[in-house]
Design a protein around this ligand. Structure first.
Ligand SMILES: Nc1ncnc2c1ncn2[C@@H]1O[C@H](COP(=O)(O)OP(=O)(O)OP(=O)(O)O)[C@@H](O)[C@H]1O
Ligand SMILES: [Mg+2]
Length: 330
């Protein structure tokens, strides 16, 4: 049974439709990423799940119970936003205790215990008496995470928690957040517009565009079998070409350069070669002038001895092609 069930949610702001009949089911313990371009409705969906925003239509169920009109305070979630939103005049410890103070059912010792546990989980115990300005961006975001999990919420909502951090810190925190999420087994929804983040962290990805869900699936399913041309072009690199009234899509790593000049699908002109370490990206032009790129293992490049402006014979293995009806707008 789904732990979070979002059914046919529509949300309008004046004339702007932010969510158009969105339905999503999330299982207990799952880590789900909402991925999509700016303005597609990711934050709005998260806020409706949190109860911070009412929907115009549709229903929300939490743990099997209708929660459509349940106030945010009764939904039992922890939340982390893009900007750290820590209290600057409070230490790390005080920031984490702040939310706990409202919970009168816990004794003072219990509240301290919970704060210490959360601090250890995010590895900030040693830094608990520092103020936010004395912390790096990553540490501030870990404090926000500790504050969100200190109350042992039933689920966790993260809205682009890593986007303000530099690439290296972001990668480290990805692994840490995932490890914490797994050790707690906590159902988590994270908004991101970074496809690599979604692919590496999520059990399942919800791909959104223009207020609708385009596809829900595991990273592998979304990468290997993109349901729509939008998903195909938004995630990873994809080549598109037309064939017999259909639009065909194939990843650069699946295009084969064949030595055989009798069995091939296309003859392409090589334009540029880009050495990328383990593989080389070859850019070329198909006979219909559409562009194609191929990722060729660098050791194979040595055998091929390609030249810019030379010709190559390409094979598109049928299993690697995804087809879309008609001349899809890409
Ligand atoms: N409070 C609001 N008032 C009016 N329009 C809003 C409001 N909040 C969101 N919108 C509009 O709804 C649409 C979806 O916004 P939302 O914030 O959910 O997008 P997003 O996917 O989170 O984008 P981003 O990646 O930039 O954060 C946008 O067109 C936005 O302008
Ligand atoms: Mg947003």
């Amino acid at each position: 049974m789904a732990f979070l069930d979002i059914k046919n949610i529509t949300k309008r702001f004046d004339k702007q439709t932010a969510l158009n009949n969105v339905s999503v089911s999330i299982r207990k313990g799952e880590f789900v990423c909402i991925l999509g371009p700016s303005g597609c409705g990711k934050t709005t969906l998260l806020r409706i799940i949190a109860g911070l925003e009412p929907a115009n239509n549709g229903r929300v169920f939490i743990d099997g119970k209708e929660a459509t009109f349940l106030p945010a305070a009764k939904r039992n979630f922890g939340i982390v936003f893009q900007s750290y939103a820590l209290f600057p005049n409070m230490t790390v410890m005080e920031n984490i205790l702040f939310g706990l103070q409202q919970r009168k059912e816990f004794s003072k010792d219990q509240r301290l215990d919970k704060a210490f546990n959360a601090l250890r989980l995010v590895d900030l115990f040693e830094h608990r008496n520092k103020y936010p300005r004395e912390l790096s961006g990553g540490m501030q975001q870990r404090t926000a995470l500790a504050r969100a999990i200190a109350l042992s919420p039933a689920f966790l909502l993260l809205d682009e928690p890593l986007s303000a951090l530099d690439a290296k810190v972001r990668q480290k925190l990805r692994r840490e957040i995932r490890a914490i999420q797994q050790s707690l087994g906590i159902t988590t929804i994270m908004v991101t517009h970074d496809q690599e983040e979604a692919l590496t962290m999520a059990d399942r990805i919800i791909v959104m565009n223009n207020a609708v869900v385009e596809q829900i699936g595991t990273p592998r399913e979304i990468y290997d079998h993109p349901a729509t041309p939008f998903v195909a072009s938004f995630i990873g690199t994809m080549n598109f070409y037309r064939s017999g009234g259909e639009t065909c899509a194939i990843r650069p790593e699946n295009v084969e350069i064949t030595g055989r000049q009798d069995v091939y699908d296309f003859k392409a002109r090589v334009r540029t070669l880009e050495f990328k370490g383990p593989m080389t990206r070859v850019y070329g032009t198909l006979p219909d002038t559409s562009e194609i790129c191929m990722d060729i293992p660098s050791e194979r490049m040595a055998e091929l001895s390609l030249n810019e402006n030379g010709f190559v014979f390409l094979r598109m293995p049928p299993d690697s092609i995804t087809k879309y009806a008609g001349a899809a707008a890409i």
